[in-house]
Design a protein around this ligand. Structure first.
Ligand SMILES: [Fe+2]
Ligand SMILES: [Fe+2]
Length: 293
């Protein structure tokens, strides 16, 4: 996999994709991914590590409040879901024509695999299709490190399982703020995962976007979208002291979704043109028209 312009931090290639099984092609072992070992001789590993260090240095409670203030006005552009998916894809292609598969292929592979296993749950198919479309923020001045990658809550002690977290937060001012650096921080025990202020990224943005635009998706779909990158929780086991009974249901839904996000390695590239009419009918059913982003 070629990585062009390694110093261009606003490159449209998603650095986290490089270490996710969904980016595996040509028979490469799934286990080789989510490998965060340090090797600065390896340009891909160095780039991913740099992205996470920049994220972990800059993402604070105040930073997230600022991004929410910027993005939750939904006054950046207007577009249908289909055009947003295509738009994201076009930009990836333009900035790095050597990137393996376009993001839209991942979107359709995820959706189609879900459709195979759950033929009657059309909302689930659509969830697979759109789950990464929040990455459009990268078109509007956001650097990759606050759009992509694993998420985590701010306002409390960093979870032990956050990638590079034993070292990468050393320059983050919140690490030394006694309001934020305790087990509970600004939250109370058993407050519920939904009460946590998450690091800003494509998950939280798309969740908020769907609520703002009154998408008719069931709540499981919203949970899947909001927490699919929250690996320190759903895979790492951190933050369980904030969980309520409801969070078990949320986690179940997220894990049910994530297997399709992660293991959509597929020899068959979906025939996207042939599939659009079906997915457009789902878009019309659940989130029709021109929406506010
Ligand atoms: Fe994602
Ligand atoms: Fe994905």
């Amino acid at each position: 996999m070629k990585v062009k312009n390694p110093d261009n931090t606003i490159s449209m290639m998603d650095p986290s994709l490089l270490l996710r099984p969904e980016a595996v092609y040509d028979g490469k072992d799934v286990q080789a991914f989510r490998d965060y070992s340090v090797d600065d001789e390896d340009p891909i590993k160095a780039r991913v590590r740099k992205t996470y260090y920049t994220m972990h240095t800059n993402v604070t409670v105040d930073f997230v409040k600022g991004k929410m203030d910027k993005w939750l006005k939904f006054n950046h552009f207007k577009s249908t879901i289909k055009d947003a998916l295509i738009k994201l894809n076009e930009l990836v292609d333009e900035s790095d024509p050597d990137t393996d598969l376009p993001n839209i292929v991942h979107a359709f592979q995820t959706a189609e695999r879900i459709r195979q296993d759950h033929p009657d749950d059309d909302w689930f198919h659509l969830t697979g299709l759109i789950h990464d479309v929040g990455k459009v923020m990268a078109f509007y001045g956001e650097p990759q490190w606050c759009v992509v990658g694993d998420t985590f809550p701010v306002g409390c002690k960093w979870g032990k399982s956050i990638v590079y977290g034993d070292d990468s937060f050393k320059d983050n001012p919140d690490t030394y703020n006694p309001k934020y650096n305790t087990e509970n921080g600004i939250y109370s025990p058993k407050c519920g995962i939904e009460a946590l202020m998450m690091s800003w990224g494509h998950d939280e943005y798309l969740y908020r976007f769907l609520v703002h635009n009154k998408a008719k998706l069931p709540e499981q779909a919203l949970w899947m979208i909001r927490y699919h990158s929250f690996y320190p929780w759903h895979a790492g086991g951190d933050y369980s002291h904030f969980e309520t009974e409801k969070d078990q249901k949320i986690k179940e839904a997220v894990l049910k979704f994530n297997q399709y996000d992660l293991y959509t390695k597929s020899a068959a590239i979906p025939d996207i043109e042939a599939l659009w009419p079906y997915y457009e009918s789902l878009i019309d059913k659940y989130m029709p028209g021109v929406l506010e982003w």
